[in-house]
Design a protein around this ligand. Structure first.
Ligand code: CAA
Length: 257
C-alpha cells in the first residue's frame, strides 16, 4: 500500500514506520494519523513482523506534535473526535500491541509527537533530541494521552513541571528522569534499537506478548484519566486562549494570554 506521509517497510521481522512530512517537522495531521493506523494494522496482521520501530524522517524531528494548522477551525465536537482517534491509535494499536513497539526519537518529539513516543513500549533517543509537551503555550493540554502516560513514567511532579512550563528538555535529561531508555549518537540510534528488538526476538514470542499485557495492566485506574483528558482537550478549543495561542504560533509571535 502507498502512503502519502509515511514510509512503511519490513525487514528482518521488523516493521519500520517512518513519519515523513519533513516540511512540517513530521507533524501529525489527520491524514498521517489515518495512515499510522493503517500501517499499525498491517504490521499487526503480518506474521513475518515480530516488532515495530516508529521514527521520523530527516535529522531534525521525530514528530513536532499534532498539526497546529489543522486546529484553527476545529469545533469542540471535532476536537473530541480527533483526541479520541489519537487515543484509540496510541492505546489500542501501540501501547496494547502484542508485538514490541520502540520509538527511535531522532530529533524534536513535541506534543502529540512525544505522546506517540510515550505510547511505545520503549524510547531510545539520539543525543540531539528535544522532548516536551508545549500544549499549554497554545492554550491547550496534551490530547493524545500525555497527561496520563508522562505521569506514569516520570511521576506527578516532573510531569507537571514539563506540562505546565511547556519547556523542552534534552535527551540526557529525559534519560535522567526515566522518560528515555538510552541516549545514543544519531548514527548509532537505529542499530541499537534493532539490536534490542533482535534480543527480544530471541525470547519466547508468547511470553513477550503476555509480559507486555501484564505490564500494561499495572496502569489500570479507577477514574478514567484518559476520558478526563479528552473532555478538557475538546473544551479548550472554544476558549479565547486557544484562539490566541494558535494564532500566535501561526503568525510567528508571542501569545498574549
Ligand atoms: N504543526 C504544524 N506545523 C508545524 C508544527 C506543528 N506541530 N511544528 C512545526 N511546524 C511547521 C512550522 O509551522 C514551519 O512551517 P512553515 O515553514 O510553513 O512556517 C515548519 O514546520 C518548520 O518549523 P519552524 O520554522 O518553526 O522550525 P524551528 O526550527 O524554528 O522550530 C520547533 C522548531 C521548536 C519544533 C517549532 O516548529 C515548534 O514550536 N513547533 C510546534 C511544536 C508544538 O507546539 N507542538 C505541539 C502541537 S499541539 C499537540 O500536539 C496537541 C496534542 O497533544 C494532540
Amino acid at each position: 500500500m502507498e502512503y502519502q506521509h509515511l514510509l512503511y517497510q519490513v525487514d528482518k521481522h521488523i516493521a519500520y514506520i517512518t513519519i515523513n512530512r519533513a516540511s512540517a517537522l513530521n507533524a501529525l495531521n489527520q491524514q498521517t494519523l489515518t495512515e499510522l493506523e493503517a500501517t499499525l494494522l498491517e504490521a499487526k496482521k503480518d506474521h513475518d513482523v515480530k516488532g515495530i520501530i516508529i521514527t521520523g524522517a530527516g535529522e531534525k524531528a521525530f514528530v513536532a506534535g499534532a498539526d497546529i494548522k489543522e486546529f484553527v477551525d476545529l469545533s469542540e465536537a471535532e476536537a473530541k473526535l480527533l483526541s479520541q482517534k489519537g487515543h484509540y491509535i496510541f492505546t489500542e494499536l501501540i501501547e496494547q500491541s502484542p508485538k514490541p513497539v520502540i520509538a527511535a526519537i531522532n530529533g524534536f518529539a513535541l506534543g502529540g509527537g512525544l505522546e506517540l513516543a510515550l505510547a511505545c513500549h520503549m524510547r531510545f533517543a539520539s543525543a540531539n533530541a528535544k522532548l516536551g509537551l508545549p500544549e499549554v503555550s497554545l492554550g491547550l493540554l496534551p490530547g493524545y494521552g500525555g497527561t496520563q502516560r508522562l505521569t506514569q513514567l516520570v511521576g506527578r511532579g516532573r510531569a507537571l513541571q514539563m506540562i505546565l512550563t511547556a519547556d523542552l528538555i534534552s535527551a540526557e535529561e529525559g534519560l535522567r528522569i526515566g522518560l528515555i531508555n538510552e541516549v545514543l549518537d544519531a548514527a548509532d540510534l537505529m542499530n541499537r534499537v534493532e539490536e534490542v528488538l533482535e534480543r527480544i526476538f530471541s525470547r519466547s514470542g508468547t511470553a513477550v506478548t503476555a509480559a507486555i499485557d501484564a505490564v500494561n495492566a499495572s496502569n489500570e485506574q479507577t477514574r478514567d484519566g484518559y476520558q478526563v483528558e479528552i473532555n478538557h482537550f475538546a473544551e479548550l478549543f472554544v476558549t479565547r486562549d486557544f484562539k490566541e495561542g494558535v494564532d500566535a504560533f501561526l503568525t510567528k509571535r508571542k501569545p498574549n494570554f
